[in-house]
Design a protein around this ligand. Sequence first.
Ligand code: C5P
Length: 210
Amino acid sequence: MDRFVLTIDGPAGSGKSTIAKLLSRREGFIHINSGMFYRAIAFIFGEDVSEEKLLNLKFSFDVKDGEMVLVYNGKLLNEKLQREEVGKIASKIAKKSFVRDFVNKLIRDTAKSGRFVIDGRDCGSVIFPDAQVKVFLDASLEERAKRRATQTNEDLDRIKEEIRKRDEQDKNRDIAPLIVPDGAEVIDTTDLSIEDVYKRIVQLLEGFKE
Ligand code: C5P
């Protein structure tokens, strides 16, 4: 098989990246975190992004120990991108079609051959509608906010309100809104451990073992 794609979509804090990282480490998938591209663009340009700026943007990314690393101007961006305030700007610029086209091209050009797990909001609906396996992860707002607050050490109530607004924005935008893609397996992770979710996804992959 030249290319195998597993997409994991879902709202903020639903566990997409955690599971994708595990799949990368244990099953040898190359993990592409599409949200990180939106975050990087938001971090570098703020809301003031233009097509011209994107054309001249040079960042590089690689996968190390299951994790995607993004380098800009010789500096590792990863940690700087995690905060909710970057996510908030990312969600605003993600409404622009030229930004989405830029990110989608980068991802499609990267995922030409090999085994990929790609997580985000439109991976199974727009970027790879022909993906072999599609998963949609969800969880209660309370649980998702707790996970994010633990990850970034930010105030729980503030995070909860911010991700509620971000979800609303992501679900209601005109282009590539957050939806359950056709053919996706929906998993509610609210009361599931990471290992439980992992096992469910590995079961879905069973049918594709060579
Ligand atoms: O997944 P993450 O929370 O890092 O994504 C940050 C923001 O980037 C999302 O809230 C969403 O607006 C945008 N995004 C998107 N499409 C994707 C991935 C992320 O619009 N495939």
